[in-house]
Design a protein around this ligand. Structure first.
Ligand code: NAD
Length: 697
């Protein structure tokens, strides 16, 4: 039993004690039922408090029980025991009451919390819905509309907001247990009723006509393609129209529908994949970390500014170095503007903007880098420039400073060789916009030392990033794979699909942006310049031909209001372009390619199977440690839809590896072969009947 019972006069306290987060394991459920039975039977006790030891209230279900046969007593039994207790029970909440934790609290007759506590029903993030009465009790307590917003967003609600909404009855100042016991004593004195949430009336009459249909339409737009949010609307409609028991039965049905849906499996994969990513092979977990109290960023361009913001946001001072006063002022101005925009949306106070800006020290002098614990380089993507910068860093950085490069493609080992301290060097590859995108690829150089790697893995969490450690190879994980994906998109454009069809198919699949749209955003000149520096035999000239012609016409993408698409001034909406269509048709003809029509399904399959194929190579070479790390990279760096689990999970579970292999072979044969070579790892897995989980750590 993971709990104990304490008597304080007329109040019985059921203590739950299941470190670290009081997950509602079978032992916790037993402790609840046992505690309720003791306080029900003890004639001296007139009211109860349900409280948790340690750093939090019950933070949710016990994930170690997932996917196993249910253990008795179940959560429903514990919840019913509380609600049916003949004496009022007060939930005393600190830390987080999430998921099943909040459902337990909703079964209590009253709830008090410290101001720093948070409550929430995050099940939707795992593709399911609250299945222990959350969808039926919350609307009874706080109204349908407020409950819908909390359950559909899945986001944590700070206790003061929850109190305003009516989830929490009182915010306790000072000691929570004493406050909760005093609250319970007051209930006894007042002879307060047993307020069972299940018996409260739903505010259905106050809802606007057509409320549920309007909610479905809005949610279809905001939570595109998602299954569970629509079922949550159904569950709340049941709460508004059926009695409690019928509503609970409906919640159960809807819960099972969600649990059986492929999106739930994909989202649960994402949940575990993210946790696994922190587990780095060949890294001594106990190694002493270096202390990172200050950071310097070199280059205040697109990336440098965003990188700096990550540290300012968590109170780490940043020195920002540029080459010229003008570039420095521009970079600092962009950071300020970003913060001010956030403040104008009410997400930061003006004081907070100033506090963050005060942590930023702009400079033109390398001397100002000498105290930094970590220096991140984000200058132009040219090896000669990177080497020059690292050579200078070697001279000014203090001993033990971590030296990191934000390079997208270049070799970390070669950059490290420009210093006399290669062990201190690694890659920190942020994604654009660097203050928004959650992915951080942490590139492990051949000589990167254990403590440097461990420090940066921890630092990623500190700045709210999801860190994925990868090997040092051209383009690392994400950008290397992008090549295979973009190649197919461009090839299909030559074979007959126009950019707008390709991009729309990718967006309908769930990508935030199509690949041609993304090229326009990044600028077509970037690829153009890099092709000029590369061996022309290293890429398929057919697919770059249209882009070259567009660049030579001055169509560089969004910045010139023309690229693969036309853009109206000040508007990022891509508009199909007749000029581009005629160039594409001309190039198809030039290469003797017969144009044909494509289905959206074919577009999606070709793009993402090719992406997964490069992923197999990344895995085979050990650049990624496990296929779930590749999924994490695509989810958090490129916006691959989480409800599809990532490109590797999607290929394995939605397409099937055997089918994927057959299709890839066909695509390869039909498109000339050499630019799409099927990964030997995929062939081997299919031949041996194995899945991705059998590869790597
Ligand atoms: P950018 O051109 O916007 O900014 C580079 C900045 O570095 C410029 O302001 C320039 O003045 C400054 N700079 C150049 N040499 C310098 C030096 N010696 N000392 C101080 N400052 C110097 O480029 P960016 O897009 O921010 O890219 C920076 C790095 O980040 C590149 O390695 C790039 O490959 C990588 N990256 C870019 C993206 C992206 O989407 N833009 C994404 C991930 C990684």
């Amino acid at each position: 039993m993971q709990g104990r019972f304490e008597k304080r006069g007329a109040v019985g306290i059921i203590w739950i004690d299941n470190p670290p987060v009081n997950a509602i394991s079978v032992g916790v459920r037993v402790a609840i039922i046992d505690g309720i039975s003791r306080l029900s039977q003890d004639p001296e006790i007139k009211a109860g408090v349900l409280a948790c030891a340690g750093r939090t209230f019950m933070a949710g279900a016990d994930i170690t029980e997932f996917g196993k046969p249910p253990l008795s007593p179940g959560l429903h039994e514990a919840i019913e025991a509380i609600e049916n207790c003949p004496k009022p029970i007060v939930a005393a909440i600190h830390g987080t009451a999430f998921g099943g934790g909040l459902e337990v609290a909703l079964a209590c007759h009253y709830r008090v919390a410290v101001a720093a506590a948070k409550v929430g029903l995050p099940e939707v993030k795992l593709g399911i819905l609250p299945g222990a009465g959350g969808t039926q009790r919350l609307p009874r307590l706080i109204g349908v509309e407020a409950a819908l917003n909390i359950i559909v967003s899945g986001d944590p609600v700070p206790a003061p907001h929850a109190a305003k909404a009516g989830v929490i009855d009182k915010i306790i100042e000072g000691d929570l247990t004493e406050g909760a016991v005093a609250y319970a004593r007051q209930l006894i004195t007042d002879n307060a009723p047993l307020r069972k949430v299940r018996d409260l009336k739903v505010d259905a009459g106050q809802l606007a006509p057509g409320f549920f249909d309007a909610a479905r339409t809005r949610i279809a737009r905001e939570k595109k393609n998602l299954f569970a949010p629509q079922r949550i609307v159904d569950a709340l409609q049941a709460a508004a129209t059926l009695d409690f028991e019928q509503g609970m039965a409906r919640e159960r049905e809807l819960f099972l529908e969600c649990a059986a849906n492929s999106q739930a499996k994909a989202l649960q994969h994402v949940f575990f994949a993210e946790r696994k990513a922190g587990n780095v092979p060949n890294l001594d977990k106990s190694v002493t970390r270096r202390d990172i109290k200050s950071v310097a960023v070199i280059g205040a361009g697109t990336m440098g500014g965003g990188i700096a913001m990550n540290f300012l946001n968590v109170g780490i001072p940043v020195v920002l170095l540029e080459m010229t006063r003008e570039a420095l002022d521009r970079g600092v101005g962009v950071i300020r503007k970003n913060y001010e925009n956030t403040a104008s949306k009410g997400k930061l106070t003006t004081d907070q903007v100033e506090q963050r800006m005060a942590l930023l020290k702009p400079t033109l002098s390398y001397d100002d880098l000498k105290d930094a614990d970590m220096i991140i380089e984000a200058v132009f993507e040219t090896m000669a420039v990177k080497k020059e910068v690292f050579g200078r860093l070697d001279k000014v950085a203090k001993p033990g400073a971590i030296l990191a490069s934000n390079t997208s493609y270049l070799s970390i080992d070669e950059i490290a060789a420009a210093t006399t301290r290669a062990g201190d060097v690694l890659g920190t590859h942020f994604f654009s916009p660097a203050n928004v995108m959650r992915l951080l690829e942490i590139v492990r150089g051949e000589k990167t030392s254990q403590d440097v790697l461990a420090t940066v893995v921890d630092l990623a969490k500190r700045i709210n990033k999801v860190g994925v450690v990868c090997g040092n190879r051209d383009g690392f994980i994400g950008n290397r794979m992008l090549g295979g994906y973009a190649y197919q998109a461009l090839l299909m454009v030559l074979e007959g699909a126009m950019p707008e069809q390709v991009d729309a198919a990718l967006r309908d699949f769930g990508m935030p942006m199509g690949v041609l749209q993304m090229s326009d955003l990044a600028g077509l000149d970037i690829g153009y310049k890099s092709r000029k520096d590369r061996d022309p035999n290293s890429f398929d000239g057919r697919v770059s031909r249209s882009a070259d012609l567009l660049v030579e016409m001055g169509r560089l993408g969004q910045k010139t209001q023309a690229g693969y698409y036309d853009y109206a001034p000040g508007d990022r909406t891509p508009r199909p372009s007749a000029v581009v269509a005629s160039i594409i048709e001309k190039v198809s003809e030039e290469y003797g390619i017969r144009r044909r029509s494509f289905t959206d399904e074919e577009i999606v399959e070709r793009c993402f199977l090719a992406l997964m194929n490069v992923g197999c190579e990344v895995l085979r070479e050990g650049v990624a440690y496990r296929s779930s790390d590749i999924d994490v990279v695509y989810l958090y760096g490129y916006g691959f839809p989480a409800y599809r689990g990532g490109p590797m999970f999607w290929a394995e579970h939605s397409v099937g590896l055997k089918t994927a292999l057959e299709k890839l072979k066909k695509i390869s044969a039909a498109t000339g072969g050499s630019w799409l070579q099927v990964s030997p790892l995929l062939e081997q897995l299919v031949a041996e009947g194995r899945g991705f989980a059998s590869v790597g750590g």
